[in-house]
Design a protein around this ligand. Structure first.
Ligand SMILES: Nc1ncnc2c1ncn2[C@@H]1O[C@H](COP(=O)(O)OP(=O)(O)OP(=O)(O)O)[C@@H](O)[C@H]1O
Ligand SMILES: [Mg+2]
Length: 384
Protein backbone atom coordinates (compact mmCIF):
# COMPACT_ATOMS: atom_id res chain seq x y z
CA UNK A 1 0.00 0.00 0.00
CA UNK A 2 1.25 3.52 -0.74
CA UNK A 3 1.71 5.38 2.53
CA UNK A 4 0.42 8.91 2.72
CA UNK A 5 3.12 11.24 3.93
CA UNK A 6 0.92 12.86 6.56
CA UNK A 7 0.68 12.96 10.30
CA UNK A 8 -0.65 9.57 11.31
CA UNK A 9 -2.34 10.93 14.44
CA UNK A 10 -5.84 12.02 13.46
CA UNK A 11 -7.30 14.78 15.57
CA UNK A 12 -10.71 15.16 14.03
CA UNK A 13 -13.10 12.54 12.85
CA UNK A 14 -12.62 8.88 12.15
CA UNK A 15 -9.76 8.08 9.81
CA UNK A 16 -9.18 4.74 8.15
CA UNK A 17 -8.73 1.59 10.20
CA UNK A 18 -4.95 1.88 9.76
CA UNK A 19 -4.88 5.01 11.92
CA UNK A 20 -7.35 3.68 14.46
CA UNK A 21 -6.02 2.22 17.70
CA UNK A 22 -7.37 -0.99 19.19
CA UNK A 23 -10.99 -0.91 20.54
CA UNK A 24 -11.34 -4.53 19.35
CA UNK A 25 -12.93 -5.75 22.56
CA UNK A 26 -15.35 -2.80 22.68
CA UNK A 27 -16.32 -3.27 19.02
CA UNK A 28 -16.98 -7.00 19.55
CA UNK A 29 -19.02 -6.33 22.68
CA UNK A 30 -21.13 -3.71 20.89
CA UNK A 31 -21.76 -6.12 18.02
CA UNK A 32 -22.89 -8.79 20.46
CA UNK A 33 -25.14 -6.40 22.39
CA UNK A 34 -26.74 -5.18 19.18
CA UNK A 35 -27.31 -8.74 18.00
CA UNK A 36 -29.13 -9.35 21.28
CA UNK A 37 -31.19 -6.21 20.60
CA UNK A 38 -29.90 -4.10 23.47
CA UNK A 39 -30.32 -0.35 23.46
CA UNK A 40 -27.05 1.13 24.66
CA UNK A 41 -25.93 4.26 26.46
CA UNK A 42 -22.27 4.73 25.54
CA UNK A 43 -20.75 6.83 28.29
CA UNK A 44 -17.34 8.37 28.96
CA UNK A 45 -15.62 11.61 29.80
CA UNK A 46 -15.21 13.90 26.79
CA UNK A 47 -12.75 12.91 24.10
CA UNK A 48 -12.43 9.25 25.06
CA UNK A 49 -13.43 8.14 21.57
CA UNK A 50 -17.18 7.44 21.58
CA UNK A 51 -17.97 8.97 18.19
CA UNK A 52 -14.98 7.26 16.56
CA UNK A 53 -15.94 3.94 18.14
CA UNK A 54 -19.45 4.24 16.67
CA UNK A 55 -17.98 5.07 13.25
CA UNK A 56 -15.58 2.15 13.61
CA UNK A 57 -18.48 -0.14 14.53
CA UNK A 58 -20.48 1.05 11.52
CA UNK A 59 -17.46 0.44 9.25
CA UNK A 60 -17.24 -3.26 10.21
CA UNK A 61 -18.16 -5.57 7.32
CA UNK A 62 -20.50 -7.68 9.45
CA UNK A 63 -22.37 -4.58 10.63
CA UNK A 64 -22.60 -3.10 7.14
CA UNK A 65 -24.01 -6.31 5.73
CA UNK A 66 -26.68 -6.83 8.39
CA UNK A 67 -27.83 -3.36 9.41
CA UNK A 68 -28.73 0.05 8.09
CA UNK A 69 -26.71 2.43 10.23
CA UNK A 70 -27.43 6.07 11.02
CA UNK A 71 -25.26 8.44 13.01
CA UNK A 72 -27.34 11.39 14.14
CA UNK A 73 -25.17 14.22 15.42
CA UNK A 74 -27.27 16.26 17.87
CA UNK A 75 -24.42 18.37 19.29
CA UNK A 76 -25.68 21.61 17.79
CA UNK A 77 -29.38 21.08 18.51
CA UNK A 78 -31.55 23.10 20.86
CA UNK A 79 -35.00 21.65 20.25
CA UNK A 80 -36.85 18.55 19.11
CA UNK A 81 -37.28 20.27 15.74
CA UNK A 82 -33.48 20.67 15.36
CA UNK A 83 -33.18 17.03 16.24
CA UNK A 84 -35.67 16.01 13.55
CA UNK A 85 -33.56 17.94 11.02
CA UNK A 86 -30.48 16.00 12.20
CA UNK A 87 -32.33 12.72 11.68
CA UNK A 88 -33.28 13.84 8.17
CA UNK A 89 -29.63 14.77 7.47
CA UNK A 90 -28.47 11.36 8.69
CA UNK A 91 -30.98 9.69 6.36
CA UNK A 92 -29.83 11.76 3.41
CA UNK A 93 -26.20 10.99 4.23
CA UNK A 94 -26.95 7.27 4.34
CA UNK A 95 -28.82 7.56 1.03
CA UNK A 96 -25.79 9.13 -0.62
CA UNK A 97 -23.78 6.07 0.49
CA UNK A 98 -26.42 3.46 -0.34
CA UNK A 99 -27.56 4.83 -3.69
CA UNK A 100 -30.66 5.78 -5.65
CA UNK A 101 -32.94 2.89 -4.71
CA UNK A 102 -32.49 3.50 -1.00
CA UNK A 103 -33.07 7.23 -1.55
CA UNK A 104 -36.22 6.58 -3.60
CA UNK A 105 -37.64 4.18 -0.99
CA UNK A 106 -36.77 6.60 1.76
CA UNK A 107 -38.37 9.62 0.08
CA UNK A 108 -41.55 7.74 -0.66
CA UNK A 109 -41.85 6.92 3.06
CA UNK A 110 -40.57 10.18 4.49
CA UNK A 111 -42.77 12.48 2.48
CA UNK A 112 -42.22 15.61 4.56
CA UNK A 113 -38.62 16.07 3.45
CA UNK A 114 -39.14 15.27 -0.23
CA UNK A 115 -39.58 18.91 -1.24
CA UNK A 116 -36.45 19.95 0.68
CA UNK A 117 -34.06 17.54 -1.05
CA UNK A 118 -31.83 18.82 -3.85
CA UNK A 119 -28.86 17.34 -5.68
CA UNK A 120 -25.46 19.05 -5.66
CA UNK A 121 -23.26 19.32 -8.77
CA UNK A 122 -21.80 15.87 -8.05
CA UNK A 123 -25.29 14.37 -7.98
CA UNK A 124 -25.31 13.81 -4.21
CA UNK A 125 -28.57 14.42 -2.32
CA UNK A 126 -28.62 17.29 0.17
CA UNK A 127 -31.17 19.01 2.37
CA UNK A 128 -32.16 22.65 2.03
CA UNK A 129 -31.18 24.70 5.06
CA UNK A 130 -34.72 26.00 5.65
CA UNK A 131 -36.08 22.52 6.43
CA UNK A 132 -36.58 23.39 10.09
CA UNK A 133 -39.07 26.16 9.12
CA UNK A 134 -41.21 23.69 7.21
CA UNK A 135 -41.52 20.65 9.41
CA UNK A 136 -43.45 19.45 12.39
CA UNK A 137 -40.83 17.58 14.41
CA UNK A 138 -42.92 14.70 15.70
CA UNK A 139 -44.62 13.94 12.41
CA UNK A 140 -41.31 13.84 10.52
CA UNK A 141 -39.74 11.62 13.19
CA UNK A 142 -42.77 9.32 13.03
CA UNK A 143 -42.34 9.04 9.26
CA UNK A 144 -38.61 8.40 9.63
CA UNK A 145 -39.16 5.63 12.18
CA UNK A 146 -41.88 4.04 10.14
CA UNK A 147 -39.32 3.95 7.28
CA UNK A 148 -36.77 2.35 9.65
CA UNK A 149 -39.41 -0.27 10.43
CA UNK A 150 -39.93 -1.10 6.76
CA UNK A 151 -36.36 -0.77 5.48
CA UNK A 152 -35.70 -4.50 5.26
CA UNK A 153 -32.60 -4.71 7.41
CA UNK A 154 -32.57 -3.91 11.09
CA UNK A 155 -31.37 -0.38 11.88
CA UNK A 156 -28.81 0.96 14.31
CA UNK A 157 -29.46 4.58 15.18
CA UNK A 158 -26.65 6.28 17.09
CA UNK A 159 -27.64 9.57 18.69
CA UNK A 160 -24.38 11.38 19.25
CA UNK A 161 -24.14 14.31 21.62
CA UNK A 162 -26.73 13.48 24.25
CA UNK A 163 -25.04 15.97 26.57
CA UNK A 164 -26.85 18.74 24.72
CA UNK A 165 -30.25 17.96 26.20
CA UNK A 166 -29.97 20.22 29.23
CA UNK A 167 -29.74 23.12 26.76
CA UNK A 168 -33.17 22.23 25.30
CA UNK A 169 -34.68 24.40 28.05
CA UNK A 170 -38.44 23.93 28.27
CA UNK A 171 -38.31 21.20 25.60
CA UNK A 172 -36.11 18.79 27.61
CA UNK A 173 -38.97 16.81 29.10
CA UNK A 174 -40.90 16.62 25.85
CA UNK A 175 -37.79 15.46 23.95
CA UNK A 176 -36.74 12.90 26.53
CA UNK A 177 -40.28 11.47 26.69
CA UNK A 178 -40.54 11.36 22.94
CA UNK A 179 -37.18 9.58 22.54
CA UNK A 180 -38.08 7.14 25.26
CA UNK A 181 -41.32 6.30 23.43
CA UNK A 182 -39.40 5.89 20.14
CA UNK A 183 -36.89 3.58 21.83
CA UNK A 184 -39.65 1.44 23.32
CA UNK A 185 -41.89 1.10 20.32
CA UNK A 186 -39.38 0.53 17.52
CA UNK A 187 -38.43 -3.11 17.75
CA UNK A 188 -36.60 -2.94 14.41
CA UNK A 189 -34.18 -0.31 15.69
CA UNK A 190 -31.26 -0.54 18.10
CA UNK A 191 -30.37 2.79 19.68
CA UNK A 192 -26.94 3.86 20.82
CA UNK A 193 -27.00 7.05 22.88
CA UNK A 194 -23.53 8.53 23.12
CA UNK A 195 -23.28 10.59 26.29
CA UNK A 196 -20.48 12.59 27.86
CA UNK A 197 -19.91 15.60 30.02
CA UNK A 198 -22.44 15.78 32.76
CA UNK A 199 -23.87 12.34 32.14
CA UNK A 200 -21.95 9.99 34.34
CA UNK A 201 -23.07 6.48 35.04
CA UNK A 202 -24.12 7.63 38.51
CA UNK A 203 -26.35 10.36 37.12
CA UNK A 204 -27.97 7.88 34.78
CA UNK A 205 -28.94 5.44 37.47
CA UNK A 206 -30.38 8.22 39.63
CA UNK A 207 -31.52 11.78 39.03
CA UNK A 208 -33.85 13.28 36.46
CA UNK A 209 -32.97 11.06 33.49
CA UNK A 210 -33.19 7.80 35.45
CA UNK A 211 -36.40 6.70 33.77
CA UNK A 212 -34.93 7.47 30.33
CA UNK A 213 -31.91 5.24 30.84
CA UNK A 214 -33.83 2.45 32.59
CA UNK A 215 -33.79 -0.66 30.44
CA UNK A 216 -30.72 0.50 28.49
CA UNK A 217 -27.37 -1.20 28.78
CA UNK A 218 -24.89 1.34 30.09
CA UNK A 219 -21.56 0.83 28.36
CA UNK A 220 -18.77 2.82 30.02
CA UNK A 221 -15.96 3.50 27.56
CA UNK A 222 -12.61 3.32 29.38
CA UNK A 223 -9.27 4.61 28.15
CA UNK A 224 -7.49 2.45 25.57
CA UNK A 225 -5.13 0.19 27.61
CA UNK A 226 -1.74 1.86 28.08
CA UNK A 227 0.31 -0.88 26.43
CA UNK A 228 -1.94 -1.00 23.41
CA UNK A 229 -1.94 2.78 22.89
CA UNK A 230 1.83 3.15 23.44
CA UNK A 231 2.60 0.37 20.92
CA UNK A 232 0.21 2.03 18.46
CA UNK A 233 1.88 5.44 19.00
CA UNK A 234 5.42 4.13 18.45
CA UNK A 235 4.28 2.20 15.38
CA UNK A 236 2.54 5.27 13.92
CA UNK A 237 5.74 7.29 14.23
CA UNK A 238 7.54 4.87 11.95
CA UNK A 239 4.66 4.64 9.46
CA UNK A 240 6.34 6.93 6.97
CA UNK A 241 9.64 5.16 7.65
CA UNK A 242 11.58 8.12 8.94
CA UNK A 243 10.81 9.06 12.56
CA UNK A 244 10.85 7.24 15.90
CA UNK A 245 9.12 7.67 19.25
CA UNK A 246 10.79 6.23 22.37
CA UNK A 247 8.43 3.84 24.13
CA UNK A 248 8.97 5.71 27.43
CA UNK A 249 8.01 8.93 25.68
CA UNK A 250 4.74 7.34 24.57
CA UNK A 251 4.12 6.25 28.18
CA UNK A 252 4.76 9.83 29.30
CA UNK A 253 2.18 11.15 26.83
CA UNK A 254 -0.33 8.57 28.04
CA UNK A 255 0.24 9.44 31.71
CA UNK A 256 0.20 13.21 31.24
CA UNK A 257 -3.02 13.03 29.20
CA UNK A 258 -4.53 10.44 31.57
CA UNK A 259 -5.34 8.11 28.70
CA UNK A 260 -7.86 10.52 27.11
CA UNK A 261 -7.65 9.62 23.43
CA UNK A 262 -8.40 13.07 21.99
CA UNK A 263 -5.67 14.69 24.10
CA UNK A 264 -3.06 12.00 23.43
CA UNK A 265 -3.76 12.26 19.70
CA UNK A 266 -3.50 16.08 19.77
CA UNK A 267 -0.18 16.02 21.59
CA UNK A 268 1.28 13.22 19.45
CA UNK A 269 0.09 14.96 16.30
CA UNK A 270 2.17 18.00 17.35
CA UNK A 271 5.13 15.91 18.55
CA UNK A 272 5.17 14.14 15.19
CA UNK A 273 5.17 17.48 13.36
CA UNK A 274 8.08 18.87 15.39
CA UNK A 275 10.19 15.71 15.06
CA UNK A 276 12.42 16.05 12.01
CA UNK A 277 12.69 13.12 9.59
CA UNK A 278 15.29 10.55 10.77
CA UNK A 279 15.04 11.86 14.36
CA UNK A 280 13.68 10.31 17.53
CA UNK A 281 11.15 11.91 19.86
CA UNK A 282 12.48 11.36 23.39
CA UNK A 283 11.12 11.79 26.90
CA UNK A 284 12.52 15.36 27.06
CA UNK A 285 10.94 16.20 23.71
CA UNK A 286 7.53 15.34 25.17
CA UNK A 287 7.95 17.94 27.93
CA UNK A 288 9.30 20.57 25.53
CA UNK A 289 6.66 19.78 22.89
CA UNK A 290 3.77 20.04 25.32
CA UNK A 291 4.97 23.42 26.59
CA UNK A 292 5.46 24.68 23.05
CA UNK A 293 2.01 23.43 22.00
CA UNK A 294 0.28 24.98 25.00
CA UNK A 295 2.05 28.31 24.43
CA UNK A 296 1.14 28.24 20.77
CA UNK A 297 -2.56 27.61 21.53
CA UNK A 298 -2.74 29.74 24.68
CA UNK A 299 -5.19 32.40 23.49
CA UNK A 300 -8.47 30.63 24.42
CA UNK A 301 -6.99 29.51 27.75
CA UNK A 302 -6.04 33.05 28.70
CA UNK A 303 -9.53 34.13 27.79
CA UNK A 304 -11.30 31.39 29.78
CA UNK A 305 -9.14 32.07 32.83
CA UNK A 306 -9.44 35.85 32.48
CA UNK A 307 -13.24 35.71 32.39
CA UNK A 308 -13.66 33.66 35.57
CA UNK A 309 -15.15 35.57 38.52
CA UNK A 310 -12.60 35.92 41.36
CA UNK A 311 -13.82 33.09 43.60
CA UNK A 312 -14.24 30.66 40.70
CA UNK A 313 -10.75 31.59 39.56
CA UNK A 314 -9.35 30.79 43.00
CA UNK A 315 -11.08 27.41 43.10
CA UNK A 316 -10.06 26.70 39.50
CA UNK A 317 -6.43 27.52 40.36
CA UNK A 318 -6.51 25.23 43.39
CA UNK A 319 -7.91 22.30 41.39
CA UNK A 320 -5.53 22.93 38.48
CA UNK A 321 -2.57 22.95 40.88
CA UNK A 322 -3.64 19.63 42.35
CA UNK A 323 -4.38 17.92 39.03
CA UNK A 324 -7.01 15.64 40.58
CA UNK A 325 -8.42 17.31 43.67
CA UNK A 326 -10.23 15.22 46.24
CA UNK A 327 -11.91 16.21 49.48
CA UNK A 328 -12.24 19.80 48.27
CA UNK A 329 -14.28 20.93 51.25
CA UNK A 330 -11.92 19.25 53.74
CA UNK A 331 -9.85 21.45 56.07
CA UNK A 332 -6.51 20.51 54.50
CA UNK A 333 -7.52 21.59 50.97
CA UNK A 334 -9.29 24.72 52.24
CA UNK A 335 -6.36 25.92 54.33
CA UNK A 336 -3.80 25.11 51.61
CA UNK A 337 -5.61 27.39 49.17
CA UNK A 338 -7.14 29.92 51.57
CA UNK A 339 -10.74 28.96 50.71
CA UNK A 340 -13.95 28.41 52.65
CA UNK A 341 -16.22 25.39 52.20
CA UNK A 342 -19.16 27.56 51.10
CA UNK A 343 -17.12 29.45 48.48
CA UNK A 344 -15.79 26.15 47.08
CA UNK A 345 -19.32 24.73 46.84
CA UNK A 346 -20.80 27.78 45.11
CA UNK A 347 -17.84 28.23 42.73
CA UNK A 348 -17.92 24.55 41.81
CA UNK A 349 -21.56 24.79 40.77
CA UNK A 350 -20.66 27.38 38.12
CA UNK A 351 -17.43 25.69 37.04
CA UNK A 352 -19.13 22.31 36.64
CA UNK A 353 -22.11 23.70 34.78
CA UNK A 354 -19.78 25.54 32.34
CA UNK A 355 -17.81 22.29 31.90
CA UNK A 356 -14.57 24.00 32.96
CA UNK A 357 -14.18 21.56 35.83
CA UNK A 358 -15.35 17.95 35.68
CA UNK A 359 -16.01 15.43 38.35
CA UNK A 360 -15.07 11.78 38.17
CA UNK A 361 -16.12 9.76 41.19
CA UNK A 362 -14.85 11.80 44.14
CA UNK A 363 -12.20 13.80 42.25
CA UNK A 364 -12.41 17.18 40.52
CA UNK A 365 -10.19 18.12 37.60
CA UNK A 366 -9.87 20.73 34.82
CA UNK A 367 -11.98 19.31 31.96
CA UNK A 368 -9.55 20.39 29.23
CA UNK A 369 -6.18 19.00 30.31
CA UNK A 370 -4.37 21.45 28.00
CA UNK A 371 -6.01 24.32 29.92
CA UNK A 372 -4.65 22.75 33.09
CA UNK A 373 -1.12 22.58 31.68
CA UNK A 374 -1.42 26.17 30.43
CA UNK A 375 -2.26 27.24 33.99
CA UNK A 376 0.60 25.24 35.54
CA UNK A 377 3.16 26.70 33.09
CA UNK A 378 1.78 30.23 33.42
CA UNK A 379 1.95 29.96 37.21
CA UNK A 380 5.53 28.64 37.13
CA UNK A 381 6.48 31.52 34.84
CA UNK A 382 4.79 34.02 37.18
CA UNK A 383 2.23 35.04 34.54
CA UNK A 384 -0.88 34.32 36.63
N1 LIG B 1 -9.24 4.39 18.72
C1 LIG B 1 -8.74 5.55 18.28
N2 LIG B 1 -7.57 5.58 17.60
C2 LIG B 1 -7.03 6.75 17.17
N3 LIG B 1 -7.61 7.94 17.37
C3 LIG B 1 -8.78 7.97 18.01
C4 LIG B 1 -9.41 6.79 18.49
N4 LIG B 1 -10.57 7.15 19.11
C5 LIG B 1 -10.64 8.48 19.01
N5 LIG B 1 -9.58 8.99 18.36
C6 LIG B 1 -9.26 10.41 18.13
O1 LIG B 1 -9.65 11.12 19.28
C7 LIG B 1 -10.51 12.21 18.93
C8 LIG B 1 -11.68 12.22 19.90
O2 LIG B 1 -12.50 11.09 19.66
P1 LIG B 1 -14.08 11.21 19.65
O3 LIG B 1 -14.51 12.44 18.96
O4 LIG B 1 -14.59 9.91 19.16
O5 LIG B 1 -14.34 11.33 21.22
P2 LIG B 1 -15.74 11.49 21.96
O6 LIG B 1 -15.68 10.60 23.16
O7 LIG B 1 -16.83 11.28 20.99
O8 LIG B 1 -15.66 13.01 22.39
P3 LIG B 1 -16.90 13.96 22.89
O9 LIG B 1 -17.24 13.48 24.25
O10 LIG B 1 -16.27 15.33 22.90
O11 LIG B 1 -17.99 13.82 21.88
C9 LIG B 1 -10.98 11.95 17.50
O12 LIG B 1 -10.99 13.13 16.77
C10 LIG B 1 -9.98 10.98 16.92
O13 LIG B 1 -9.09 11.68 16.12
MG1 LIG C 1 -18.30 12.56 20.31
Amino acid sequence: MIKMNRTPFTISGYAEEEYFCDRKKETDTLIRLIKERHNIALVSPRGMGKTCLIRHLFAQRTVKSKYNTFLVDVHETESLCDMAVCFAKALIHESSVKGKKFLGDMLSSVNSIRSCVYFDYEGNPNLREDLSDRIEAESILDEIFSFFGSAGKRCIVAIDGFRRFPSYGSEVDKTVKYLRALTERNANVNFIYSCSGKYTEGQMSSGEYKSFFEGMTIFGLSPIPKESYCSFATEMFTLNGDRKLEYDAAVKVYDMMEGITANMQRLLNYLYLRTLPDHTCSLDDVEDGLKEYVNMTSYPYEEIYGLLPPVQRKVFSAIASEGRATNVTGSEFLSRYGLSASSVSSALRGLLSDDIISRENDAYMVSDRFLRFWYVYAKNDGLV
